[in-house]
Design a protein around this ligand. Sequence first.
Ligand code: M6R
Length: 595
Amino acid sequence: MCGISGATGAEKAGQIAFDGLKKLEYRGYDSFGVAMRTGSGIHTYKKEGKISDSKFKPMQTTEAIGHSRWATHGEVNQVNSHPHSQGSVTLVHNGTVTNYVALKRALEKEGYEFISETDSEIVAALLDEYIQEGKTPKQAIIAASSQIQGDNSFVFMIDGQEGIWAFNLGRPIRVGIADGVSYIGSDVQAFLEHTNIVNYLDKGDACYLHQEDRKYFSCYDGKEIKKEDISIDIEPSSVEKGNYAHFMQKEIFEQTSSINVSLDQDSVKMSMASDLIKYADRVFIIGSGTSHKVAMVAEYWLAKNGRIYARACASTELSSWMQFIGNESLVIAISQSGETADVISAVRGAQERGASVLALTNIARSELDEISDVTIPLQVGIEKAVASTKATTAQMAIMYQLAKMVDNELGEGLINLVDLSSGLSEQLNPNYIKHVEDMADVILKQLGYTENGNGDQIQKNSMIIIGRDILYPIALESAIKIQEVSYIHAQGFAAGELKHGPLALIEKGIPCIVLGDDDRTINEAVKARARGACILGISAQKHEVFDHWLSVPNRHDVYAIATLIPMQLLSYFLAIKQGRDPDFPRNLAKAVTVE
Ligand code: M6R
């Protein structure tokens, strides 16, 4: 996902757009660019690399748009960075134009030449073509909207005509409102320090902004649209790092309170959600990446606590099960961002077959929130680190609570969760954190890591994580955490499956993290150790097979969440000890809004 930021009417619009991009950097950090309108025309600055490392000084101007890119079409370089200009149009874009090749061929026949590999530059040309034909910008948006396929949003300026135009064809656009000034962003964070009054552009909405003149209309027929001014309740300082070195670290520690906050839900909505689960003929739980692992954890809880047969499915795989989905079925869609394209597409497919949708998301008014029948908000505040931590545990806590409700044991469920939550501050004490850090040192030593400052010194890039029962999806999730921030090849397995293949990977000293201490898991750990693995236990009880051990407080059947938290911390240490920035893992974006 990329970030869009802009302003019209502010004295330092260029600086505002640039500062907004810094706030959105976590959404895309391959490259960035800002286009500024001055008396001598539109000036564009683009740069490969991180915004926060840049020394860019915006020009003095009252209108600007900017973009932080996560590459889809074309490699990471300055030319492919946004904004893109064609003729009179300078444009930034989020999303993917699925028919860009056909549009490009047609525009080339009209004489347009393209310098980038992006689909975005083609839309700049398409809008310019309509404007050159004599259409007004509004007519050009309407004409372009009927041509462009895929889920997208665009923001553009026209040379020689003041104002900023934007249209939403399936990706979020928010307008910030203040006296004499309008702000625009793909996320309110782009302008939250200036205003918390927001107009949301829905899919199919377009706008023209010039200082405090704001006009909204339909992309399809140009009819005027009235927008409600909505006040956003996010404290700008809550989205800063504060005293923490990284957002990932901050968000891991925020779990000492965020799990509790996520439990404070509207009881009517929770009852509706548990009824949807109880009375569905089939329940599918979907998500991508980490959210898919939460779905797997929820599958166990629904089976054990709710006595419901549910199927956890990666959102990209749901299409193979569509024939089993009908109007009595329920899809539970789990997504921190509520914008993951794979999740949205799976949900839409299930809805076409009549299924009801229950969403768990952290972002109100996200696409997932808007299209679902019932949404349970995570309420953990904005999660900025690419590696999901506090949203993950909130998703788990809510799914556990729902499973207990289905079994009429809400009271016991809440006691277990509150016990987990209140014990967390105790668990994350400095002594414990030091133990986690020591375990990271052991792992790096086993992998042959030597510190020489260039970040690529691991000799054996492989480690294994095993867990049984609910700790199996926790092993998978732990592996994702380690992969994405430390770049170590970590793989999770169901403990009992080790002997059916993966055991061949074991060589002397390979780190094997064992989640849990039940006899059957230990039995598998013994086999790995007999073949030379270095066994690192993360469990309530110490066992003699463990070469190293980290304790986890025994938290009844929410033990899975208690086990995940030290694994998140371990991943963090494995990243920073190699000099990696866990907040900006290579090749990844916070939300993947393209399929
Ligand atoms: O916003 P979502 O929960 O839908 O995101 C899904 C995945 O892209 C996400 O969980 C990803 O795997 C994280 N980077 C994991 O930490």
